[in-house]
Design a protein around this ligand. Structure first.
Ligand code: TXA
Ligand code: MG
Length: 312
């Protein structure tokens, strides 16, 4: 199929209304969207990405009023977190309404809901007129795309349309909070930090990787965010000068490809695109400087760790 490129949210929305799949920008990463109530369209998302059928999608809304189409039970904690942080980079997991096709939630009785804050995303979602299910717009297992060019690199010819926007300003996926349990549990760290969540709901728990009830978030068990290159945390072990480096401080060695970031925000924003650049250059290994695991640093280290895990 030919993938249409457009900068007009209304044109992209028309394709959603006709049952197509459209990649669109958000403040976190680009998403690959389809009408949540159109099962055939939802199937196309799984197909285009090569996404395992047991990994649920999150649904994007333009307006708080759309929540009632998706759940009959917006829990107290979900309501409080949405009031505090939506629109923005947060996803709340709540019980799913029976009207939502179960293919979208991979058979789970719960659904993740997110309201992006990026203006062009909101215009697009309003014009769609329906909630839009959307995972990140990458081939499954690859780093999430933060530019429309990165979307095309993975999905050109496999999707109907790309709504072209700017580079994503955050660059890491949203904070996912399971609000079906009391206290709520952070399933995926993001730029809205645990500290910020606890300012609203003091009891919020963090999932630790040894948690026995795992995985409550099916996506956590799949390989994620990985470039082809071997990702190494820090400069331990043998440093390959043919390799690459990204971090806040300039390393002692020279590397073939380097990115020194001004601050944590720039590091987070640049990580996935740096991974992709390294793959384009055929670089064998990428050293990532570790950072302190508080605030945004927790989300950044989570993504770096997953990328550094050996393929399973
Ligand atoms: O920032 C974001 O969240 C981006 C943009 C496009 O909105 N989307 C995104 O979607 O990262 P995706 O599908 O790549 O990641 C969603 C994560 C997955 O790990 C999935 O398993 C988890 O959220 N998830 C979705 N629905 C869930 C549910 N009902 N219960 C538990 N986990 C869920
Ligand atoms: Mg993803």
């Amino acid at each position: 199929m030919k993938t249409l490129l457009t900068t007009l949210p209304e044109d992209a929305a028309e394709i959603i209304r006709r049952g197509g799949v459209v990649a669109f920008p958000t403040e976190t990463v680009y998403g690959l969207g389809a009408d949540i109530f159109n099962e055939g369209a939802i199937e196309k998302i799984f197909e285009a990405k090569g996404r395992p059928a047991d990994n649920p999608l999150i649904v994007h809304i333009a307006d708080i009023a759309q929540i009632r189409l998706l759940t009959d039970d917006l829990t107290f904690s979900a309501d409080a977190l949405f009031r505090a942080f939506a629109p923005g980079p947060i996803t709340v997991v709540v019980p799913r309404s029976s009207k939502v096709p179960s293919i979208a939630t991979a058979g789970l009785e719960t659904i993740g809901i997110r309201m992006p804050r990026l203006a062009i995303a909101r215009e697009f979602l309003s014009a769609c007129g329906v909630p839009v299910a959307a995972p990140s717009a990458n081939i499954s297992g690859r780093p999430s795309p933060t530019t429309w060019q990165a979307v095309l690199e993975d999905l050109n010819g496999r999707i109907d349309c790309v709504l072209q926007g700017n580079e994503s300003e955050i660059g890491l996926e949203s904070t996912v909070v399971d609000c079906t349990s009391d206290p709520p549990v952070v399933l995926r760290a993001g730029s809205i930090s645990v500290e910020q969540l606890r300012a609203v709901i003091p009891g919020v728990r963090q999932l630790d990787s040894n948690d026995v009830e795992r995985p409550r978030s099916p996506g956590l068990k799949h390989r994620h965010y990985s470039p082809l290159a071997n990702v190494v945390i820090g400069l331990r072990g043998s440093v390959n000068e043919n390799g690459a480096y990204i971090g806040l401080r300039r390393p002692e060695h020279e590397f073939r490809h380097m990115r020194i970031c001004e601050d944590l925000n720039e590091y987070a924003r640049s990580l996935y695109e740096f991974f992709r650049e390294c793959d384009r250059l055929g670089i064998p290994s990428i050293h990532c400087e570790p950072v302190e695991e508080t605030g945004l640093g927790l989300a950044l280290m989570d993504r770096i760790r997953r990328a550094a895990e050996p393929a399973s």
